[in-house]
Design a protein around this ligand. Structure first.
Ligand SMILES: *[C@@H]1O[C@H](CO)[C@@H](O)[C@H](O)[C@H]1NC(C)=O
Ligand SMILES: *[C@@H]1O[C@H](CO)[C@@H](O)[C@H](O)[C@H]1NC(C)=O
Ligand SMILES: *[C@@H]1O[C@H](CO)[C@@H](O)[C@H](O)[C@H]1NC(C)=O
Length: 390
């Protein structure tokens, strides 16, 4: 959908009068983008089965509210990326690493829970962070791009499982990653100043990878900033000293300040990329503000609990790092289910102390889909537009 679509829908006289108005109106007079595919890069906020395929399925009760069984997602149901896929008229994305039942015709999801932008120097066993960092996700994408076309040429079933070559430049490329780079610093005992000092390198590596995707033909980018992780029980409980500084929402301010510094840098990086990648349409989405607004005004937005975890075990937030959502222990030969979920997940924002419930994800998606939290302020279905006004 280029600007030429405007010529088809408007007679030239109307077009002329439009030209004299603000470019804003022209944007909204345009046909929506038709994304044939979505390629997603990220962490658990958008993992639809990557980590589960490699390191074991996310345990029950994950998935209980929508899929009715574990579905590779760390939530009771769907994630923001699921609502994005649905909204652009596509089925939910298969995880690239999932060898069973995957259909990549309409895209692939390279995200895994625990992923960081920078490769970590620890194993998953040691630190809990995924080895599938953003550079690895890019390698997967690069290989997928080439080999999907070789395999597709075999015809038959392969044509019904893999995208067309031209779909790569028309696809939407979504990114939601960075939170784990910041928490991994804190979890390795860095001070806030030390974590802040890592941000420029994290952002540089992020920028490189978006530019490599552009080099592979990616044109439409939808980039989420990082959320207020100082509001999440797994951070608050693990670092109680830093979490002593809380705001009126009960969120720990040092972490949220670092998230905001990261986001400011990310926004600058996006501005630089707009200059450097002339054919790219890049939308920066302020998910931080949406999540913070939801948590700080939970009741107003229809949620009974703000920080309390739905699925967990004990403590101030119903969250215990030792006994997480879905955990079972055996005592005297008898299995005890400790990590149970609450009766009404839709009354909760936080699912398991780390991730959001489906109803929170849906609410967040509804705030961002129309462009209200985007720079430039264009809705998801126009995120292929380049001539954007700021
Ligand atoms: C891992 O170690 C290398 C070499 O010391 C260093 O350059 C890099 O920044 C480290 N990565 C992280 C995430 O700390
Ligand atoms: C894969 O999904 C597409 C829709 O994106 C559908 O048309 C196709 O039939 C599916 N392939 C198979 C083998 O079910
Ligand atoms: C961080 O400090 C705690 C408490 O001193 C210690 O138990 C832990 O091993 C340290 N972690 C790392 C990664 O150094």
């Amino acid at each position: 959908m280029g600007s030429s679509s405007l010529l088809y829908v408007l007679p030239s006289t109307v077009l002329l009068s439009f030209m004299t108005l603000s470019p804003f109106l022209v944007v909204f007079a345009t046909n929506p983008c038709q994304f044939p595919a979505v390629f997603n890069f990220g962490d658990s906020n958008s993992d639809t089965g990557g980590l589960s395929a490699v390191f074991g399925q996310a345990p029950s009760p994950n998935g209980e509210s929508y899929f009715l069984s574990p579905a590779g997602r760390y939530s009771d149901g769907r994630l923001i990326v699921d609502f994005i896929a649905k909204s652009v008229g596509l089925p939910y994305l298969s995880a690239y690493l999932d060898a069973l039942g995957a259909n990549f015709t309409h895209g692939a999801n390279f995200a895994t829970a625990g992923s960081t932008i920078r490769p970590q120097n620890t194993t998953m066993q040691q630190s809990g962070f995924s080895p599938i960092s953003l550079n690895v996700q890019y390698n997967e994408f690069y290989d997928f791009h080439r080999r999907s076309q070789v395999v597709r040429k075999k015809g038959g079933i392969f044509e019904q499982l893999l995208p067309k070559d031209e779909d790569f430049s028309r696809a939407l490329y979504t990114f939601d990653i960075g939170q784990n780079d910041l928490t991994s610093g804190y979890f390795s005992n860095m001070t806030t100043d030390q974590v802040k000092a890592t941000i420029p390198d994290i952002l540089l590596q992020f920028k490189n990878i978006v530019e490599w995707v552009y080099g592979e033909g990616g044109r439409n980018f939808w980039i989420h900033n990082t959320g207020p992780f100082g509001c999440l029980p797994y951070v608050i409980e693990r670092l109680p000293v830093l979490a002593e500084q809380v705001d009126s929402a009960g969120c720990a301010t040092p972490f949220n300040q670092v998230a905001q510094i990261f986001n400011q840098g990310l926004k600058e990086v996006v501005d630089q990329m707009r200059e450097e990648l002339p054919l790219a349409a890049i939308t920066y989405v302020d998910v931080y503000s949406v999540k913070y607004s939801l948590i700080s005004k939970a009741k107003k937005h229809g949620f009974e609990h703000s920080l309390r975890t739905c699925c967990g075990h004990g403590g101030r937030y119903n969250f215990n790092q030792q006994f997480g959502c879905g955990s079972r222990i055996t005592v005297h030969g008898k299995e005890i289910f400790l990590g149970k979920s609450c009766k009404n997940p839709s009354g909760y924002i936080i699912w398991d102390g780390v991730h959001f419930t489906q109803s929170a994800n849906k609410w967040i998606f509804e705030q961002i889909v129309d462009g209200s939290f985007s720079d430039p302020p264009i809705p998801l279905n126009l995120a292929c537009r380049r001539e954007q006004s700021h």
